[in-house]
Design a protein around this ligand. Sequence first.
Ligand SMILES: Nc1ncnc2c1ncn2[C@@H]1O[C@H](COP(=O)(O)OP(=O)(O)OP(=O)(O)O)[C@@H](O)[C@H]1O
Ligand SMILES: [Mg+2]
Length: 411
Amino acid sequence: MPEDVFVAGIDVGTTKICAIVGCPQSDGRLEIIGVGLSPSSGLKRGIIVDREDATDSVRRAAEIAQAQADVRVESAYVGVTGAHISSVNVTGRTNVSPGPAVSAQDVQRAIQSARDAVPLPQDREIIHEVTRGFAVDGESGVARPIGMSGRRLDVELHAVTGNASIVDNVEGCVSDAGVSVSRRVLEPIATATAVITDAERDLGVILIDVGGGTSDVAVFIDGSIAHTSAVPIGGDHVTRDIARLLRVGFDEAEKLKCRYARAVPGLVEEDESVQVQLADGSRSEHVPLRLVAEIIEPRLEETFSLVRANIMRAGIYEQVSAGVVLSGGGSLLAGTAEIASRVLDGLPARVGSPRGLSGLTQAVAGPIYSTGVGLALLAARDGAVAGGAASEPVTLVDRFKQWWERLLPRA
Ligand SMILES: Nc1ncnc2c1ncn2[C@@H]1O[C@H](COP(=O)(O)OP(=O)(O)OP(=O)(O)O)[C@@H](O)[C@H]1O
Ligand SMILES: [Mg+2]
């Protein structure tokens, strides 16, 4: 792999913007060469409410990553999410045009017929799609139909729809910050790319990215994506609960949560307490950490119950056997995996961190980086060069693809 090319991902989150720059390596890993993190302004629950502020935040994160990597990022993969998204699995069909085998045009026609089957009320559009598999003359399980002989081609498509203007605003901020959007990616799909193993995908796995404003869900069954959704509760709701019930400011509650809190009362000694400054500034008070856990636990139970209901509605809950992988800053709270496992009927739950990396791995070791890293990994798979040798001919893209296929053949 040439060393002068690189890929980039930008995660526009409710609490932070994360820009990742990486170089695909010949050993199959992505070498992280730049990481930019900036607190988000102008976003609520993954939705932009102040475009100028949000643009400034994106620009800052991109500048930090570029300065560290010592490159100019011209384009990036960008994550989109929010409570407005919903997903559906549809099928498409076409007759194979006369000739020796299935052609690229046949595949495109089949995919288009699947897209046409996606229910799309006004103001919604398909914001992300994944082909789950093909069938040639009724024989399913075909991954690459081009070149096969047959008369009829079917495709299964996972389509995610969302509010068009919300997505346009995210893309607009990134472009205004000087980076063109080479592809938008549904965030939990990007996150899954960074933290889930192939074996888990095969067995059936639930990814839950507990962010600041939303908890994003992606479910993989038999190796491919089967469901995506977002629940409108995240770590910020937990902080707000603590603030309201203890009568402390949001920042004080956030500090208490991140430094001292655990999500399950059983993980706290009976006599553990912490001093907090009351919102009126009059005095500080000792608060038992058991009480804090009792505030946090029901909110996380509610979150995971909503996730469970979404997956049940999709009719695939019973097919999950590997378990649950948690990501996002919300998963850093001790006891979160325990609650997820309890609510999701005893499925094993673990906290995932980005994998398949080299270089500045320590800088992206935590679960808040998974989405940004996943975006960069997907850009590498697609050969979406972010700058440097971007104007090289297509063969470069082919070499990227070969690199990715060696790394994650079915991601
Ligand atoms: N050490 C910690 N312990 C507990 N919670 C934490 C910790 N660090 C971060 N968080 C929480 O994680 C949340 C932010 O997570 P993350 O960075 O994944 O969100 P985001 O990507 O900005 O938001 P979203 O995905 O909803 O748009 C915040 O609510 C924050 O309080
Ligand atoms: Mg996020």
